[in-house]
Ligand binder design. Structure first.
Ligand code: CMP
Length: 236
C-alpha cells in the first residue's frame, strides 16, 4: 500500500480553478492568488493521502480520480464514511478547528490533487467570502448526509440500507438512474455496517425482486422506493 505522494508539480490554471465547485463565485483576481499558492500532485491508487490522528498541514481538492474517507479500529475493521469524487475537497476539518485529522483518506484510483497549505488556505478564507460560503455549504451537505446515514443505520434493515445506498449513489442519465462510480460489495458493506457476504446476498435478492438490473457492468435503479424493514434474517 502506498503512503507517499509524488513531488508537487505545476500550479493550476484559472480554467481549472473555475471548474471546481468550492471556487464558484470567487472573483478572478482572487483565483489568481489561489493559483499562485496551490500546486498539483498525482497520487497512485491506494495511497493514504491523509492519516487519522496526524497534524494538519494542507487542504486537498480532487481534480480527478476518487478517494474514500475511512476510520478503522485496532483490529483493522473499517468503516467507510464517504466516497469522494472529482471536484470534492478534504482535509478542511483539521485546518478549521486545529484538531488532528479525523479520518484516513485513501485514493481508490490514480488521483490528480490540488493542494493548498494550511497558512495559504487560511489567508484565502480570510480574503474570500464566497470561498467561506462554499466551504460552509459543503459542510452542511456533509452533515445532512451524516444525519441520513445515522437514520438509516438506526431505522433500516440491511435491505433498506443497501437499497438506499444504491439510490444515493445513482445519477440521472437519459431518464434512468445509473451508478457510474465503481462500487464494490466490500465498500458497500463497510459503508452500511454489514458483512460482504450479507451484502452479496441482499443484492442478489434486490436484483431478483426488480429493484435494479445490471447492464454493461453498471447498476440501473428500477425501483426508487426503499424496501420496508421486515426481513429480520437480513440483519447483520
Ligand atoms: P480532516 O479531519 O482534516 O482529515 C480527514 C478528512 O476527511 C476531514 O478533514 C474531512 O475532509 C474528511 N471527512 C471526514 N468525515 C467526513 C464525512 N463524514 N464526509 C465527508 N468527508 C469527511
Amino acid at each position: 500500500m502506498n503512503t507517499q505522494v509524488e513531488q508537487p508539480r505545476r500550479g493550476p490554471s484559472l480554467t481549472l480553478l473555475h471548474s471546481i465547485p468550492i471556487f464558484a463565485g470567487v472573483p478572478d483576481a482572487q483565483l489568481e492568488q489561489i493559483a499562485k499558492v496551490a500546486f498539483q500532485r498525482r497520487v497512485p491508487r491506494l495511497t493514504t493521502i491523509v492519516r487519522a490522528g496526524d497534524s494538519t498541514d494542507s487542504l486537498y481538492v480532487l481534480i480527478s480520480g476518487g478517494a474514500k474517507v475511512l476510520n478503522s479500529d485496532e483490529e483493522g475493521r473499517e468503516v467507510i464514511l464517504t466516497l469522494l469524487g472529482p471536484g470534492e475537497f478534504f482535509g478542511e476539518m483539521g485546518l478549521i478547528d486545529g484538531s488532528p485529522r479525523s479520518a484516513d483518506v485513501m485514493s481508490t484510483e490514480t488521483c490528480e490533487l490540488l493542494v493548498i497549505t494550511k497558512n495559504d488556505f487560511k489567508r484565502c478564507l480570510a480574503e474570500n467570502f464566497d470561498l467561506c460560503l462554499n466551504i460552509m455549504k459543503s459542510l452542511v451537505q456533509r452533515l445532512r448526509e451524516a444525519d441520513r446515514n445515522i437514520e438509516s443505520l438506526a431505522l433500516m434493515d440491511v435491505y433498506g440500507r443497501v437499497a438506499k445506498l444504491l439510490l444515493d449513489f445513482s445519477e440521472e442519465e437519459r431518464g434512468e438512474r445509473i451508478i457510474r462510480r465503481r462500487l464494490t460489495k466490500q465498500d458497500i458493506a463497510k459503508m452500511i455496517g454489514a458483512s460482504r457476504e450479507m451484502v452479496s446476498r441482499v443484492m442478489k435478492d434486490l436484483e431478483n425482486q426488480g429493484y435494479f438490473r445490471v447492464e454493461d457492468g453498471r447498476i440501473v435503479i428500477l425501483e426508487k422506493r426503499v424496501p420496508a424493514p421486515n426481513a429480520a434474517a437480513a440483519r447483520p
